[in-house]
Design a binder for this molecule. Sequence first.
Ligand SMILES: [Zn+2]
Length: 400
Amino acid sequence: MLLFRPTHLLVGDDGPAHTGWGLVVENGRIAAVGPLSDVAPRAGSARAHDLVGTLMPGMIDCHTHVCLSGGVNPVADLEAEGHTRRTVRAIHALAAHRHAGVTTIRDMGGPGGLDLEIARGVREGWLEGPRMLAAGEVVCITGGHACFLGIEADGPDAVRAAVRKQLKSGCDLVKVIATGGVITPGVEPGAAQMTPEELRAACEEARKAGRLVAAHAQGTEGIRNALLAGVATIEHGFFLDAETIGLMLARGSTLVPTFAAGQAMLDGEAAGVPAYMIEKIKRVKGAHIASFQTALAAGVHVACGTDAGTPLNPHGRIATEVELLVRFGATPAQAVAAATGNAARAIGRDDIGLLREGRRADLLWVGGNPHEDVHALTKVRGVWMDGRHVEGPPPQAIPA
Ligand SMILES: [Zn+2]
């Protein structure tokens, strides 16, 4: 049994920061949360932990790639490095996320089942988390965006087979590529890729197996195709229009804008990020921000994802994404909810993401109050998973 008495407490919805509240943990779950006078008796004789700063849910990064290096050209790294180094680096990525206050990641695909095996290690308890949901190999068209991260499949039957293969391998979700993208040479972010029939086949197989589908979707036509097929999340969403925003509202889908990825590429022009990536991201940046602002104003659910592993976008920088959500128009409360309660909802988990009685005690203690300044999220003071304190200093970056 544990009793926490923080200066501030954020539930993980977009409600206000509470002062004078406490939280009780019992058997890895939140046993009580509320005004201290109400919850303290529940803790019995348990020693109280006074936390200067804010207690909030452990954050959830809805879009990572533990297989990707985060170097100037992760696509080239993927081809050049061996499987052994990639595996060691992926395990290091887990530590980087954990020490950034992330207690759950949703890994959005990579080759060879690496993410599935790491997720299994975490699930079985012999690898230190964060908790991990893994997509396995992404499903895309031949020569499509991110073909280096997965299976090329053409036609509904081939897509069905590819999705079934991922389900057989134990994926937690299915990732489809509905449009071109930025880091793949020779494809256009605005252009549709998988057809409506292919997307429907993927969603049908996933639904039968009780898995959600996430769509990499940047151009309007591909976003519309993905939403009509039944995906749960739109990743990136550069070119939303009134119709696609209406569809997202009607279907309760979530936008995961992943601003950190584009920003890191723009900031990395001088450092040597490939010119074709820079050219594309410059072209879409304005539309991306405008789409996010329109969607947010319309009430579309937004969740936080970093796309960690993409160029100069290392693992463990979720605070950067939260700060960008605020820079582009979210309130700090909305941005914190995007990294906690909304993120849990987006990935289909009702046992994490909010400080509510009965949920897992995945907790984050930061200095300051993120509702006053989201930069407080970089001041990680303590992380708990299932009520267990995760110790250790932040891992050192891997030299290039
Ligand atoms: Zn991605």
